[in-house]
Design a protein around this ligand. Structure first.
Ligand code: IPM
Ligand code: MG
Length: 402
């Protein structure tokens, strides 16, 4: 993981609560049960499984959280709520008020994926994706961290040559609640020739750019450098002026500017030159998908979306993959790694986060692969079995340490 994955822009104090008995639905792994620490902390997590492969990957991540919680003395109370297409079918809207309230009241939110063919032709306000944008806006999670790390075990799964991909460890910091996704005016109309038009607005107000502070603080920790990616428009020019001012408060940060077309090209030419890419909502969406392929599979990449306060939103960057939904073929690791980001950035539970990451790497070291990261000679498994292997790794590492 990018060494720069540390934030100090919001306090991450563990909330110490009363000792609570272990949850009844804890996974069935055994050896840690005897060594489990007394549960001393309790967190409420909202789970939003969503659509397609979402429920499958969330179920794996939930088990991993429960198991690691029992090791670290943390109780998780899960509240599962409908979101996206599942919510549309159930309630007629993609983000029911109850779901947003539950999310706001919890300590952190873990989302699977949303969307599917069934709702593709819905009107805009009734699309699952609209629910996701409403959730991000509702939680005011303006800073989206998307690490893209090429793991040594998966270097051959990269679409780039080994020598180009090896050692890549970068982070896209994407502005998440502004820009063209939310800008007004937007809509459909007619031009002076009577032709139909569609329009959106890329707009940023100076006070929306809290993202820059996050970006600078993310990278300042490790004496890293920022590539600030823009194009030549007015919103970008304002942003460039502001980020340059903010960066001057962080003398250890090396800030360079790059146009987005060049950044897209450089990412596949020489991705190791990148450390932290700070960029707007739309470019961050595109560049993070591009970066994901360098790592081998979008099925491996987690994300964290954070605001100045309140619960963070954690989700894999992949979509709902309706073509493989319900077939036990999904790669759950991006969601498991999102749970690790939740522990680290959302709850300040660094040790538990490390346990989950270590277990993922261990399962990969032991040769287990879902279809998207499979190569000859390794063990091809489905979503559930990959989950079981991660649990075994958590279990065996605890047993080894006892
Ligand atoms: C992502 C997705 C979303 C986005 C869609 C589903 C609205 O592509 O999280 O990257 O564009 O932000
Ligand atoms: Mg995207």
């Amino acid at each position: 993981m990018a060494a720069s994955l540390q934030l100090n822009f919001k306090p991450l104090k563990p909330r110490l609560l009363h000792a609570k008995p272990a949850s009844k639905s804890a996974p069935k792994f055994s050896s840690i049960r005897c060594s489990a620490a007394t549960l001393s902390k309790s967190y409420t997590l909202t789970l939003l499984p969503g659509d397609g492969i979402g429920p499958e990957v969330i179920s794996v991540a939930k088990n991993a959280l429960q198991l690691v919680g029992s090791v670290e003395g943390i109780e998780f109370k899960f509240k599962e709520m409908p979101m996206g297409g599942a919510a549309l079918d159930l309630t007629g809207v993609p983000l029911p008020e109850e779901t947003l309230s539950a999310a706001k009241e919890s300590d952190a939110v873990l989302l699977g994926a949303i969307g599917g063919y069934k709702w593709d032709n819905n009107e805009k306000h009734l699309k699952p994706e609209t629910g996701l944008l409403q959730l991000r806006a509702g939680l005011q999670v303006f800073a989206n961290l998307r690490p893209a790390t090429v793991l040594p075990q998966l270097v051959d799964a990269s679409t780039l040559k080994k020598e180009v991909a090896e050692g890549v460890d970068l982070m896209v910091v994407r502005e998440l609640t502004g820009g063209i996704y939310f800008g007004k005016p937007r809509g459909f109309g007619k031009n002076e020739n009577g032709e139909e038009t569609g329009f959106n607005t890329e707009v940023y107000a100076a006070n929306e750019l809290g993202i820059d502070h996050v970006g600078c603080r993310v990278i300042v920790v490790e004496n890293n450098n920022i590539q600030f990616v823009v194009e030549n428009g007015n919103a970008s020019m304002l942003w460039r002026k502001i980020v340059t001012n903010i960066a001057s408060e962080f003398p250890d940060v090396e800030l360079s500017h790059m146009y987005v077309d060049n950044a897209a090209m450089q990412l596949v030419r020489n991705p190791k030159q990148f450390d932290t890419i700070v960029t707007n909502n739309i470019f961050g969406d595109i560049l993070s998908d591009e970066a994901s392929m360098i790592t081998g599979s979008i099925g491996m990449l987690p994300s964290a979306s954070l605001g100045a306060s309140g619960p963070g939103l954690f989700e894999p960057i992949h979509g709902s993959a309706p073509d493989i939904a319900g077939q036990d073929k999904a790669n759950p690791l991006a969601t498991v790694l999102s749970a690790a980001m939740l522990l680290k950035y959302g709850l300040g539970e660094e040790k538990a986060a490390q346990r989950i990451e270590a277990a993922v790497f261990d399962a990969l070291d032991r040769g287990y692969r879902t279809g998207d990261i499979y190569s000859a000679g390794l063990k091809l498994v489905g979503c559930k079995e990959m989950g079981e292997e991660v649990l075994k790794s958590i279990d065996s590492k605890v047993a080894a340490a006892v």
